[in-house]
Design a protein around this ligand. Structure first.
Ligand SMILES: [Zn+2]
Ligand SMILES: [Zn+2]
Ligand SMILES: [Zn+2]
Ligand SMILES: [Zn+2]
Ligand SMILES: [Zn+2]
Ligand SMILES: [Zn+2]
Ligand SMILES: [Zn+2]
Length: 210
């Protein structure tokens, strides 16, 4: 019984404490917290410039409201042309010397291979002329269809490969703007707007008559 009463008192006291700290917290959010300024707020007129907010939102003077400006490192280009591919983003495929094709490894470029039906004998098991190669013992190479060449597997026949130095972008990305060519305006953090203390009321939200 005694301990229950004690618990009740604790709850009641902490409720009062919460209420008090809540009140003072609101004041400190409003601004300055000193008691003389709080008095002025009560007696003065609400500032019409900031509607009593104490702050005004203005266009950022640094960027003129655009939120960014051209990167001074790369003059807005986002980077410099890749030295390796001269800005093309791709370079000649080294593995096929830019031809896009390779000698067929199955037939060594001859275009034909030993007939698989007669194993090159030109005759079938019964001794007749092999129907597959018409007796020649050779058939078109199944890999290159008789051309002697196959597509370069590294470039897919395009004869070019993506530049590995710039990942095909053709540019060495500007480190400062990460290739964007634009930098976020620092004062407004890219928003183009800045929140300034109201110059009319000095941030107090009220104008006093003096
Ligand atoms: Zn104001
Ligand atoms: Zn700005
Ligand atoms: Zn490159
Ligand atoms: Zn190739
Ligand atoms: Zn072949
Ligand atoms: Zn055959
Ligand atoms: Zn840049």
């Amino acid at each position: 019984m005694r301990s229950r009463l004690y618990t009740y008192i604790i709850i009641a006291v902490s409720a009062v404490l919460v209420a008090c700290s809540g009140g003072s917290g609101k004041d400190s959010v409003r601004g300055d917290g000193s008691s003389s300024e709080q008095d002025e707020r009560r007696t003065g007129m609400q500032c019409s410039v900031c509607d009593g907010e104490g702050v005004v939102i203005e266009t950022c003077a640094e960027c003129g409201g655009t939120g960014g400006h051209e990167c001074d490192e790369c003059n807005g280009r986002g980077g410099t042309d890749c030295n390796y591919c001269r800005g093309e983003g791709s370079s000649m495929c080294m593995l096929c010397s830019g031809t896009g094709r390779k000698l067929c490894y199955n037939c060594n470029g001859s275009g034909h291979s030993t007939c698989s039906a007669c194993m090159g004998s030109g005759r079938d098991y019964a001794g007749n002329i092999c129907y597959a190669c018409a007796g020649g013992g050779q058939s078109n190479c199944g890999y290159c269809y008789g051309s002697g060449y196959i597509k370069c597997r590294d470039c897919g026949g395009s004869a070019r490969q993506q530049c590995t130095f710039c990942q095909g972008k053709g540019k060495d990305e500007c480190a400062k703007c990460e290739g964007e060519g634009q930098l976020n305006c620092v004062p407004c953090n890219g928003s183009g707007k800045v929140t300034l203390k109201c110059h009319e009321c000095g941030g107090k939200g009220v104008v006093t008559d003096d």
